[in-house]
Ligand binder design. Structure first.
Ligand SMILES: [Zn+2]
Ligand SMILES: [Zn+2]
Length: 138
Protein backbone atom coordinates (compact mmCIF):
# COMPACT_ATOMS: atom_id res chain seq x y z
CA UNK A 1 0.00 0.00 0.00
CA UNK A 2 1.38 3.34 -1.01
CA UNK A 3 0.70 5.73 1.85
CA UNK A 4 2.14 9.21 1.77
CA UNK A 5 1.72 12.75 3.00
CA UNK A 6 -0.38 15.03 0.88
CA UNK A 7 1.93 17.80 -0.40
CA UNK A 8 -0.91 20.29 -0.05
CA UNK A 9 -2.40 19.71 3.38
CA UNK A 10 0.14 17.31 4.88
CA UNK A 11 -2.39 14.65 5.74
CA UNK A 12 -1.55 11.00 5.29
CA UNK A 13 -3.47 9.33 2.51
CA UNK A 14 -3.39 6.23 0.40
CA UNK A 15 -2.09 7.09 -2.99
CA UNK A 16 -4.28 5.99 -5.83
CA UNK A 17 -4.23 7.87 -9.09
CA UNK A 18 -3.22 11.31 -7.90
CA UNK A 19 -0.37 12.74 -5.89
CA UNK A 20 -2.63 14.63 -3.52
CA UNK A 21 -5.25 13.45 -1.04
CA UNK A 22 -8.89 13.03 -2.17
CA UNK A 23 -10.00 16.17 -0.32
CA UNK A 24 -7.33 18.28 -2.00
CA UNK A 25 -8.00 16.64 -5.35
CA UNK A 26 -11.63 17.61 -5.05
CA UNK A 27 -10.65 21.14 -4.09
CA UNK A 28 -8.28 21.30 -7.06
CA UNK A 29 -10.99 20.13 -9.44
CA UNK A 30 -13.20 22.88 -8.15
CA UNK A 31 -10.44 25.42 -8.66
CA UNK A 32 -9.87 24.10 -12.14
CA UNK A 33 -13.49 24.69 -13.03
CA UNK A 34 -13.41 28.19 -11.61
CA UNK A 35 -10.25 29.06 -13.54
CA UNK A 36 -11.50 27.42 -16.72
CA UNK A 37 -14.80 29.32 -16.57
CA UNK A 38 -13.09 32.59 -15.78
CA UNK A 39 -10.68 32.20 -18.70
CA UNK A 40 -13.54 31.24 -20.95
CA UNK A 41 -15.26 34.53 -20.14
CA UNK A 42 -12.03 36.54 -20.02
CA UNK A 43 -9.68 34.97 -22.55
CA UNK A 44 -7.27 37.89 -22.54
CA UNK A 45 -6.44 37.78 -18.86
CA UNK A 46 -2.92 37.17 -17.68
CA UNK A 47 -2.23 34.53 -15.07
CA UNK A 48 -1.78 37.10 -12.32
CA UNK A 49 -5.21 38.58 -12.94
CA UNK A 50 -6.84 35.19 -13.22
CA UNK A 51 -5.30 34.27 -9.90
CA UNK A 52 -6.49 37.45 -8.22
CA UNK A 53 -9.99 37.27 -9.66
CA UNK A 54 -10.56 33.59 -8.96
CA UNK A 55 -8.60 33.29 -5.73
CA UNK A 56 -6.72 30.33 -7.18
CA UNK A 57 -2.97 30.37 -6.63
CA UNK A 58 -0.75 31.19 -9.61
CA UNK A 59 1.15 28.01 -8.81
CA UNK A 60 -2.03 25.99 -9.21
CA UNK A 61 -2.85 27.62 -12.53
CA UNK A 62 0.65 26.85 -13.80
CA UNK A 63 0.19 23.28 -12.64
CA UNK A 64 -2.94 23.00 -14.76
CA UNK A 65 -0.91 24.28 -17.69
CA UNK A 66 1.80 21.75 -17.06
CA UNK A 67 -0.73 18.97 -16.92
CA UNK A 68 -2.24 20.24 -20.16
CA UNK A 69 -5.57 20.77 -18.47
CA UNK A 70 -5.40 24.37 -19.56
CA UNK A 71 -3.95 25.35 -22.89
CA UNK A 72 -1.91 28.48 -23.31
CA UNK A 73 -2.57 29.84 -26.78
CA UNK A 74 -0.67 33.08 -26.48
CA UNK A 75 2.88 33.72 -27.57
CA UNK A 76 3.89 33.92 -23.93
CA UNK A 77 5.94 31.01 -22.67
CA UNK A 78 5.05 30.23 -19.11
CA UNK A 79 6.83 27.02 -18.32
CA UNK A 80 10.25 25.48 -18.68
CA UNK A 81 10.95 22.19 -20.37
CA UNK A 82 11.75 19.75 -17.55
CA UNK A 83 14.74 18.43 -19.47
CA UNK A 84 16.51 21.30 -21.18
CA UNK A 85 14.87 24.31 -19.54
CA UNK A 86 13.67 25.83 -22.80
CA UNK A 87 10.59 27.99 -22.37
CA UNK A 88 7.40 26.21 -23.44
CA UNK A 89 3.76 27.34 -23.50
CA UNK A 90 2.28 24.27 -21.81
CA UNK A 91 2.95 20.67 -20.93
CA UNK A 92 6.19 19.31 -19.48
CA UNK A 93 8.70 19.09 -22.30
CA UNK A 94 9.62 21.05 -25.40
CA UNK A 95 8.99 19.44 -28.75
CA UNK A 96 12.58 18.29 -29.18
CA UNK A 97 12.84 16.72 -25.75
CA UNK A 98 9.43 15.15 -26.18
CA UNK A 99 10.61 13.43 -29.31
CA UNK A 100 13.91 12.49 -27.71
CA UNK A 101 12.08 10.98 -24.73
CA UNK A 102 9.85 8.95 -26.97
CA UNK A 103 12.88 7.51 -28.70
CA UNK A 104 14.62 6.85 -25.39
CA UNK A 105 11.61 5.03 -24.04
CA UNK A 106 11.25 2.89 -27.11
CA UNK A 107 14.89 1.82 -26.89
CA UNK A 108 15.05 1.67 -23.12
CA UNK A 109 15.85 -2.02 -23.03
CA UNK A 110 18.91 -1.78 -25.21
CA UNK A 111 20.38 1.52 -24.07
CA UNK A 112 20.32 3.23 -20.70
CA UNK A 113 22.62 6.24 -20.90
CA UNK A 114 21.89 9.74 -22.03
CA UNK A 115 18.73 10.36 -20.10
CA UNK A 116 19.11 12.36 -16.97
CA UNK A 117 15.81 13.54 -15.60
CA UNK A 118 15.94 16.36 -13.11
CA UNK A 119 14.03 15.58 -9.91
CA UNK A 120 12.26 18.85 -9.37
CA UNK A 121 11.04 21.76 -11.42
CA UNK A 122 10.47 23.97 -8.41
CA UNK A 123 13.10 26.45 -9.58
CA UNK A 124 11.55 27.00 -12.96
CA UNK A 125 11.16 30.65 -13.73
CA UNK A 126 7.85 31.87 -14.98
CA UNK A 127 6.94 34.89 -17.01
CA UNK A 128 3.30 35.58 -16.89
CA UNK A 129 2.78 39.27 -17.25
CA UNK A 130 1.41 39.33 -20.77
CA UNK A 131 0.18 35.91 -21.50
CA UNK A 132 -3.19 34.48 -22.24
CA UNK A 133 -4.83 31.24 -21.31
CA UNK A 134 -7.66 29.61 -23.07
CA UNK A 135 -10.01 26.88 -22.27
CA UNK A 136 -9.47 23.60 -24.00
CA UNK A 137 -11.87 22.97 -26.90
CA UNK A 138 -15.07 21.41 -25.89
ZN1 LIG B 1 -4.47 17.10 0.98
ZN1 LIG C 1 13.52 20.52 -23.89
Amino acid sequence: MDVRNCPKCGKLFQRLRRDICPACAQQEDKEYEIVRDYIYDNPNSDVQTVSEETGVAVETILKFLRENRLINVSEALLLDCELCGSPIPSGRFCKECGEKLEKEFSSLNTKKDGLNLPKSDKKASFHFMRDRLVKRDR
